[in-house]
Ligand binder design. Structure first.
Ligand code: SF4
Length: 423
């Protein structure tokens, strides 16, 4: 394994919130990932990563400085830092005002995309721990998604952050069978270890759930594998299971995956060739072929299983300090409605788009929408189709529409699965 250090020009990026993680700020302290998962789309040429992605890890050695700089630019103080050279330590009153200034906080996703921040190299480099310590110092809520139980090393910090605000440490789990899992995720912790880690985190009060992603056709989407992941997830106390399919971007990502299929599961090779033969830019499979092969969308199966086992299909939103609670809670409802309507009820694209646009608008809207008059609200840049959902939430302090849409989605997916299975 080659480890290279370098000074990065930038570290932090912002992104629109989505129900995937609700995070708004992301960072990657590493480039490359020792886990070297066969399906990893971080290897795709479109991310401009190095070819030896799994064998050469590049470490952004100035990541802690860049993160501090970013927090300072946002007007935050390291209020939890015991020894610091900032003015706050010499003038305790400043600490008070810094803390109560309630600058708009956000959930920070440490990782995501092109690395796993708890890959084995982290044991030695401890870069993620340094960044987590800074997040604690600045009282910033955090979100993690990993395949390595090394995250448990940082339980002390996760607990401290969670006590003050919010920490979510989630795991990707795609294959329950260890032999198959080791083929596709050779250097990650076993699925069993990950389940046990979730149990431990939940026992400690940390938020945790499962990203059942990517669900591999014929291998991960079998009843046996899906039931096993959902049932064990329930047993260990996972708060949610987010289920999604596989993309294979043309080039390295797809070539490596197809090679592994040829080596270990040649029986599925021709079917994958059909499914992913469309050379789609985003690596999406050919939905017509998918239907022809009689497959059932994993998101649909997953939603049904989750509803039956009473596991949420995504994580609940946390409202960071300095943010307007009702706006963010309504935005969550709208994003969830868009998701359900789009994937399980197949409502019009227009409505789902407007729901997501309105959610995005509310995320950054500076006035509390629940304190405005109906007339004022009607002048906002929110489509009138969406207004009844907003009004309902403000009136009832919850969304009956979301509840009924979840039930409708369950009926719809059950019907779909039944039809598929009877063919
Ligand atoms: S853990 Fe994630 S980033 Fe690392 S190789 Fe696997 S899929 Fe890629």
């Amino acid at each position: 394994m080659i480890i290279e250090e370098y000074d990065a020009k930038s570290l932090v990026r912002t992104a629109r919130t989505s129900l995937f993680s609700w995070a708004e700020v992301y960072l990657n302290p590493y480039q490359g990932c020792e886990h070297d998962c066969v399906y990893c789309d971080g290897k795709a040429e479109s991310y401009y990563m190095h070819d030896d992605f799994g064998q050469r890890i590049r470490v952004k050695k100035n990541a802690p400085e860049l993160l501090e700089l970013y927090f300072k630019k946002q007007g935050f103080f390291p209020v939890n830092r015991e020894k610091t050279s900032t003015l706050v330590d010499y003038f305790p009153n400043l600490r008070e005002s810094a803390d109560s200034s309630k600058k708009k906080k956000f959930v920070l996703f440490i990782g995501g995309g092109v690395c796993d921040v708890y890959q084995p190299v982290e044991k030695e480099v401890k870069m993620t721990r340094k960044l987590l310590q800074i997040a604690y110092d600045y009282k910033i809520p955090v979100f993690f998604l990993t395949k390595n139980i090394l995250i448990l090393r940082d339980l002390d910090l996760l607990k401290k952050i969670n006590e003050e605000s919010y920490a979510c440490a989630s795991f990707t789990i795609t294959l329950a069978d260890e032999k198959k899992q080791k083929i596709f995720e050779p250097n990650a912790s076993t699925s069993q270890e990950r389940f046990e880690a979730i149990e431990k985190l939940r026992d400690e009060g940390i938020h945790s759930g499962i990203y059942f992603y990517p669900t591999l056709p014929f291998l991960g989407d079998t009843d046996e594998n899906m039931n096993s992941i959902y049932k064990t997830g329930k047993e260990v106390g996972a708060e949610f299971i987010y289920c999604w399919g596989l993309t294979l971007k043309r080039g390295l990502n797809k070539n490596q995956f197809m090679k592994a299929l040829q080596d270990y599961f040649p029986e599925y090779y021709p079917k994958y060739k059909e499914l992913y033969g469309n050379e789609d830019k985003y690596g999406s499979l050919d939905s017509t072929k998918f239907e022809e092969l009689g497959l059932i969308w994993p998101e649909i199966k997953g939603y049904k299983l989750g509803q039956e086992l009473k596991i949420d299909y995504t994580l609940k939103r946390y409202v960071p300090e300095g943010r307007i609670e009702s706006n963010l809670m309504i935005a969550e409802v709208l994003n969830r409605l868009a998701y359900l309507k789009s994937y399980f009820i197949r409502s019009s694209k227009y409505e789902t788009r407007q729901l997501n646009l309105a959610a995005s608008y509310l995320n950054s809207f500076s006035k509390d929408i629940s304190l405005m008059s109906n007339e004022e609200r009607s002048k906002l840049d929110i489509d009138k189709v969406i207004i009844p959902y907003v009004e309902e939430y403000i009136r009832e302090k919850r969304s009956k529409t979301l509840k009924s849409t979840e039930e409708k989605a369950y009926t719809s997916v059950s019907k779909y699965i039944k039809q598929k299975e009877s063919k």
